[in-house]
Ligand binder design. Structure first.
Ligand code: HPA
Length: 280
């Protein structure tokens, strides 16, 4: 093992120990970790009797720079269910280094979480999927040009090769769909394609992604999913559709626009997640 890999393994151990000790202080054993995407951080305020640790105090966790991402890990109850909430994450366009993301996900895994619930803001590629509606992620296309598990494999975390035909857990996803139906929340279902960003896409790229069978486009969640599957977690995910893909409407895409429309979708998102964690 290289020095860097040893450091990573040590960071995972130390961060996991801190999360576990916070959980035991609260008398909780969370099995679900939730990653809050851009503009969806409001769910953190819905936690009951929560305690938090800033990422800056967790060795190896990401240092965040993007507006709309808080950079705090919380443990508490959501609708009565113990959860870990990761409020904020780093995108590939920031450093092209997945190590902090790996530390974050492997640490919650080691602290006892077996399911990762991902969320993100995304552009819709389908006319029937409207702005501020939600989409359950059924599958993904990794168009980042990078795989977070590239490089030497540490068998302590997971195997060198692993299948991802069921990366987004079908059984748990079906339960989320039933919950949405019961609540009367529109929940589309589709394929998420991750572009590296930070520029939004061109209309030509959007047409290409549509042709590939993608239904929503974003800049995150695929690395998180791969890292989590590698270390044996189950993964589910929801996209909040903050805009139509470039060229599919007249709007000019900006980050402020993403945040504003995520806020419009946030109420349904929060309600759905609070009810969904009860059945996962
Ligand atoms: N493209 C990429 N990422 C995004 C988008 C988009 O249209 N909307 C929100 N995140």
């Amino acid at each position: 093992m290289t020095e860097q890999e040893q450091q990573h393994a040590e960071n995972v151990r130390q961060s996991a120990a801190q999360i576990s000790s916070l959980s035991s202080r609260l008398g909780l054993q969370p099995k679900i970790a939730i990653v809050l995407g851009t503009g969806l951080g409001g769910l953190a305020d819905r936690l009951e009797r929560a305690a938090s640790i800033p990422y800056a105090e967790l060795p190896g966790f990401p240092i965040l720079t993007v507006k709309g991402h808080a950079g705090v890990l919380l443990v508490g109850r959501l609708g009565g269910v113990p959860v870990i909430v990761l409020n904020g994450r780093k995108h590939f366009y920031e450093t092209c280094d997945a190590t902090p993301l790996k530390t974050m996900i492997r640490a919650v895994r080691r602290a006892g979480a077996s399911t990762l619930f991902l969320s993100n803001a995304a552009g819709s590629l389908r006319a029937h999927m409207h702005v501020s509606e939600l989409m359950l992620i059924r599958d993904h296309i990794n168009f980042l040009g990078l795989n977070p598990l590239t490089g030497p494999n540490d068998d302590e975390f997971g195997p060198r090769f692993f299948p991802v035909h069921d990366a987004w857990e079908p059984e748990l996803s079906a339960r989320i769909k039933s919950v949405a139906k019961r609540l009367g929340i529109t929940l589309h279902e589709g394929v998420y394609v991750a572009f590296r960003g930070p520029s939004f896409e061109t209309p030509a790229e959007i047409r290409m992604a549509q042709g590939w069978g993608a239904d929503a486009v974003g800049m995150s969640s695929v690395p998180d999913c791969l890292i989590a599957r590698h270390c044996g977690m189950k993964v589910v995910g929801i996209s909040c559709l903050t805009n139509m893909g470039a060229g599919l409407s007249d709007e000019i895409l900006t980050h402020a626009h993403t945040l504003a429309n995520a806020a419009r979708g946030a109420a349904a998102f929060e309600q759905l997640v609070i009810e969904a964690v009860k059945v996962l």
